[in-house]
Design a protein. Structure first.
Length: 589
């Protein structure tokens, strides 16, 4: 890490013209910071960050130091520089950016590196960047969206503005474009389908056509392929729709198309494994270039660039997406989206570009949690008398300024001391540090208990010790709803307008827990305060939930799986196979 000695060494290297050595050391130190979590940055961590940023900004402002030859690795760290500045005595990059402009060092790559979502952006300058160098500006934009926390109001507002502006930019194709696509819903649900459509068009524009040959018309048994990068036992995608997929073996031959999967273990429900590899932006799909799939089911479009590229290809005559990632793909190559009739509303058609197929229930069918349900006596033994422990049932990207304001209202009006237990999930290292610091600044450190990555049993143990769970909005949660109910912890959800907001609320209603589903955020606050302030009511509700038949109603519900099979049978019966073998597909360039 950057000590006083290493700082002096960097300046000496620069004075002797050894610019490449300076680049190597700075990039190595940025990478090291990117792996580090500061749970208490106000202690020794802030001094370490301050020392590094002091020398980093000093080098950056020198006219004899240019980023032109290495703009891509530096711009990949634009959010890291933003985060480190927030955790440091600088607070933001506003001051070094002003110094850079005052010094007349108008290196556009340096300006981009110091321009981020926590400062006031010069939007006209951003527009000029896209006119001057659309490749670098596109990469900068994608890097800004490569983050896992949008809790800071300035960040949320700036990214919302940039997301809307991106619709008019000539975007270039990089692997990081997936971050813009994936996070569009978290940043601005009102605008997200337009952004997703834009990203899909960019991907299709930057790929060259190559044939895929499909021979499904020769099948005597239907071939059902599931395409996923996340079909691992502990992954949220498999947890929320795994029970559906298991039952598809009753419909025909079930195979798995795994993206970049080096595992030799094939889950029992699949008869065969196909692996699609990607290397340096090139997606090698030779393993499925000649296939006989009747249907391909995409479980997680947008969670990685490979799934996004493949979702813009035609692999089989029927292509379907599911709530595994519960947002419309906005891809013209995806024909259908499987939804839950209990999760959708009358506005359903405005939320999907695909034709929707409704299933009974919430549209998700969980696999059985890998811990046993506790007895009530076990649960109350973990709770703290006089303190109400609240599980924040939202991963990092779902913690936004809107919902944080309502959590703050709940804490301020609670009759008892409250502790918020925050588990951000698979967030990046520095994003964890920043999210923790921002929530501590918002609530006070005595209110927040923050956890790094935990194993599943430890995670479920924390939920078991909590008195209630608070869901997020406008992006809801399903797995954390199931996990909370499994451990006897009441879950409070907000009713929204479409599936990605309502799968948790629909699950609560299935169990007759309608009184835990709020129609608006004001009602959400009131429900939470009633539970916090009335111990007897809360205790009785926990007892009742532990007695509820979550399995088989919400966990591995056979009726839900049968309904999916019936719907797919109808599709197979009414869909004609391709008139000739060659369907057409794409290579990433």
């Amino acid at each position: 890490m950057c000590t006083d000695r290493s700082a002096t060494r960097l300046l000496q290297l620069l004075q002797h013209g050894r610019v490449d050595a300076v680049h190597r050391q700075l990039l190595r130190q940025l990478a090291a910071f990117n792996r580090k979590v500061y749970l208490q940055p106000e202690a020794y961590g802030r001094d370490e960050i301050d020392r590094f940023l002091e020398i980093f900004f000093q080098v950056l402002l020198r006219k004899d130091f240019s980023l032109e030859a290495r703009w891509k690795p530096y711009l990949s760290f634009v959010t890291l520089v933003e985060n480190l500045s927030y955790l440091s005595s600088y607070g933001s990059t506003t001051e070094p950016l002003a110094r850079l402009m005052a010094a007349g060092t108008m290196d556009s790559y340096k300006l981009l590196l110091l321009s981020n979502a926590k400062i006031k952006l010069d939007l006209e300058q951003i527009d000029r960047f896209f006119l001057q160098d659309k490749r670098a500006a596109s990469y900068w934009l994608y890097s800004l969206f490569t983050r896992h926390s949008f809790s800071h109001p300035a960040v949320a507002q700036n990214l919302r503005c940039l997301q809307h502006r991106a619709l008019g930019y000539d975007l270039q194709s990089f692997g990081r474009i997936c971050a813009l696509y994936f996070n569009a819903t978290y940043v601005d649900p009102e605008n997200h389908l337009l952004v997703r459509s834009k990203v899909n068009s960019v991907i299709r524009r930057h790929i060259t056509c190559a044939p895929i040959f499909n021979s499904c018309q020769r099948n005597t048994v239907p071939q059902i392929a599931v395409l996923s990068r996340n079909w691992h036992r502990s992954n949220a995608v498999r947890k929320c729709i795994g029970a559906y997929i298991r039952q598809l073996g009753d419909l025909g031959d079930l195979v798995l198309i795994a993206i970049n999967d080096t595992s030799s273990t094939l889950p029992k429900c699949f008869s065969r494994l196909y692996t699609v590899q990607s290397r340096k932006g090139f997606v090698d799909y030779n393993s499925i270039a000649h296939n006989n799939f009747n249907i391909v089911i995409f479980t997680d479009v947008g969670l990685n660039i490979e799934s996004l590229i493949l979702a813009n290809m035609r692999i089989a005559p029927i292509q379907i997406a599911m709530y595994g990632h519960p947002v419309s793909t906005a891809s013209p190559a995806i024909d259908y989206f499987i939804v839950g009739e209990d999760s959708e509303t009358s506005t359903i058609e405005s939320h999907y570009t695909e034709t929707t197929i409704k299933l009974k229930g919430p549209g998700m069918n969980a696999v059985r949690p890998r811990v046993r349900r506790p007895a009530y006596e076990e649960k109350i033994a973990l709770q703290s008398p006089g303190t109400v422990n609240i599980f924040i049932a939202a991963s990092g990207p779902k913690i936004n300024p809107h919902i944080v304001a309502h959590w703050k209202t709940i804490v301020a009006n609670a009759a008892f001391p409250t502790v918020l237990h925050v588990l951000p999930g698979e967030a990046g290292m520095q994003e964890v540090s920043v999210l923790r610091q921002h929530l501590r600044d918002t609530f006070g450190k005595e209110v927040i208990r923050f956890y790094r990555r935990l194993g599943y049993p430890q995670y479920m143990h924390i939920i078991k010790g909590c008195d209630l769970s608070l869901g997020s909005y406008p992006y809801g949660d399903y797995n954390r709803t199931i996990d909370s109910l499994w451990m006897g912890t009441p879950f409070i959800a907000i009713q929204g307008e479409c599936g990605y907001q309502n799968t948790g609320a629909a699950s609560l209603r299935t169990l007759g827990l309608d009184h835990l589903v709020a129609r608006n955020t004001g009602e959400y606050v009131n429900i939470a305060l009633r539970l916090i302030n009335n111990h007897d009511h809360r205790a009785q509700l926990q007892k009742n939930i532990l007695k509820m038949p979550i399995e088989p109603l919400l966990v591995e519900n056979k009726a839900y799986g049968s309904d999916l099979n019936d719907k797919l049978k109808m599709l197979l019966h009414h869909t004609c196979p391709p008139a000739h073998d060659q369907i057409g597909a794409c290579h990433d360039t």
